[in-house]
Design a protein around this ligand. Sequence first.
Ligand SMILES: [Zn+2]
Length: 638
Amino acid sequence: MSQLTQGGIRRMVESGGSSNNGEQPICQILTVKKIANNSGTGADRYRVILSDGEVYIQAMLSTQTAHLVEEGQVDRHCLVRVMHFTANQVSGRTILVILELEIVSGPLDARIGDPQNIEKLDEAGKSNAGNVAPSNNAQPTSGGANSSVVKNEGGGGGYGAQSMGASNAPARPAQRTTSAGIDMSKMPIFPIEALSPYQNKWTIKARVTTKSEIKQWHNARGEGKLFSCNFLDESGEIKATGFNEHVDRLYPLLKEGHVYYVSKAKVNIARKKFSNLSNEYEIAFDRDTQISECADANDVPDIKFNFTALDNLDGVEPKQTCDVIGIVEQVGEMTEITSKASQKPITKRELTLVDQSGMSVRLTLWGKTAETYGTPSGQPGCGPEDKPVIGFKGVSVSDFGGRSLSMFTSSTMHVNPDIPEAHGLRGWYDAEGNRLGAQSFKTYNSAGLGGTGAGDGAMSNKERKTIDQAKNEQLGMSEKPDYFNVKGTIIFVKQDNLYYPACPKEGCNKKVTQMEQSSWRCEKCDMNYEAPQYRYIINTNVQDHTGSIWLSGFNEVGEQMLGATATELAQLKDNGDDAAYNEIMERAYGHTWIFNIRAKQDTFNDVPRVRYNITRMSSIDFAKEGGQLVEGIKKMMN
Ligand SMILES: [Zn+2]
């Protein structure tokens, strides 16, 4: 027990901030748990239980210490010295955030002493003293996302708040009073992710991403009106709905794209039928709900997407909504149709979107959006020649013509958004996509997608060819490319020119030239980089029972085939680690995959030839394959 700092945890808790009279207590880590990062961006975070041998407490590791877990230094039962921390009060609970720590010893055999849960001890102490614990403190102590809620209680200066960017605790601006004159700074700011019905004292700081029109409803139980909007912050997104008199009060207050403090509303189980968000909960405004606009909105993200690639749309059920991003390859004329429902004329315009999957999909704009598309007052930079990247949030999927998309009232469009997916598409399109020509993209058709399938990449059996069939049917020898799939086994991977040094800039992928030791030049970006990022150009010989075929593939295919990045492989080669290098190469051999192939004729030294390019490859679902073989055998027996 002498190895641990006695009373260390209690003194951290009672310090009320980040100062602990210079004490740096030695504690034992009892557990380490990774916290799911739902935002899809940013680093992983870890929760630990710290013990000083007498009591234990939950603590968060700051993102700058997370690497110690990843490197295996912070582990169960190891001893650490807490160099820097903050102690934050969240609705009566203390959350410790470890900002800096030092490893004192690797994992011991067991926990030291018999530490008790400090919160339980304190609650018992409070009740003994006759104090009533606040009712909102009844949440479970293992409380999932709630434990990541952090509030800077002040006193510690700006330090705590700034250091805890990873904890979604925004710096608090000065103006935090509502129109009712209540100081909202008295309430903890919660990340949306942490809202739950068990907690009623919260304030979120969030951006309105969409706001509906006011809708009237009548049913057997009466009539009324409602509106809804979606709120977004770093941690997630949640839908909020207001009914009747709350519509009158709150609808005019909220504007799309603006950031608000929202507090005192009900958190209910989400009715997902009416929502395109994945949150388990949703908010209902009530008469106590307070909303005030927030001027300091820089730390609140603009929009949150959950993109479905265009070739995966057949995995989305018709009438569901999804987010998509693509290059607008074609802009249709504006047309007018008569709405069947209302018998009123309505304008529409069709866009054709393409993405790296080689798929093109039609998306319909309606009404005012269709009329103003591409105009300075609508979406500037969207002319027929501009080929912008557009991210669509919450568009409706229809099975008309196989799969097509349609904007509706709650959908939003974002022209050239500043997000990695958009930069990736831009790079791909400018380097490669624009040379393909509209007709070389694959489209959905009403017979169902005769191409890639949902998720598992297994195309329909109609598209399955043997290698012999693919050659005999002269696939790829006409003007348009042909698509088919083959079940085949890798027998050889060419090692010459297996990879090339590429520009490390996202979406560029151009070959770079070495200028000197640590200087690689990209002509396209007009930049020098310290090191290249290697990318695969795969040439592989694949065999089935009818013959063999040479297939080529790019980086993603290579990574899948070899289970290592080209940069990793290049390093092994450069270090002369032939054994490890060969082991990776041999992993690929003898492996059977389903290859989705694009076959297209090109000319090499005036000789036309067909190139077979792997657009995607997927593992075999043996049960499904087995079933199909059984069907095939049955047919032969009849
Ligand atoms: Zn570049």
